[in-house]
Design a protein around this ligand. Structure first.
Ligand SMILES: [Zn+2]
Length: 181
């Protein structure tokens, strides 16, 4: 359960059409899992801007997210129905079918995201058994902050406040900080 990914990242730049195709494929996987397991679904990815979605620090960030997830699961004594981690050129992904109330799962995963500095790079999407994606807003949680300057992330993304290299540098700092601490 929750095996970390091996150290063999691909480091390929992916194209926009590959990125869009990977999103479609993820959506299809999510629907398949919801239909076959009929319980709350966690779909975990790492937030990585730019064309390279898989490298060593992305995998470190991902594996740390799996550790946090594992800790929450054991604390809350949730029953895991199925779990799968995928190493894709579009970035690592983990799907978890968990027999627990979706709102509680979303709440706990937001707390985990907020507990660790590197948690800003974790994206735990939570679906109800009926396939509804829960938002932070629905739970009354403030929106995500920018990695670089602490403004709402949406504002900086829309205004393109920061260069890609500035954002990637900050991500590397966050990844390394939590590994060494
Ligand atoms: Zn910013």
């Amino acid at each position: 359960m929750f095996h970390p990914l091996p150290n063999s990242p691909q480091q390929f730049a992916i194209t926009l059409s590959e990125l869009l195709a990977s999103r479609d494929a993820r959506q299809t996987r999510q629907q398949t899992w919801l239909q076959s397991h009929q319980v709350t679904l966690i779909s975990f990815t790492v937030v990585i801007p730019g064309p390279v979605k898989d490298n060593q620090w992305v995998r470190d960030i991902f594996n740390q997210g799996l550790c946090a997830l594992k800790q929450v699961v054991s604390e809350r004594q949730w029953v895991i129905i199925a779990q799968q981690s995928l190493a894709l050129t579009s970035g690592p992904e983990c799907l978890v079918a968990v027999d627990a109330p979706a709102k509680e799962v979303k709440q706990r995963m937001i707390e985990a995201e907020q507990q660790f500095a590197v948690g800003r790079l974790w994206d735990f999407d939570v679906f109800t058994a009926q396939g509804q994606l829960l938002s932070r807003q629905q739970l009354g949680v403030t929106e995500r902050r920018c990695l670089v300057c602490d403004q709402p992330a949406k504002v900086c993304a829309r205004q393109r406040t920061h260069s890609l290299s500035e954002i990637l540098n900050q991500i590397e700092v966050l990844a390394n900080a939590s590994i060494n601490h």
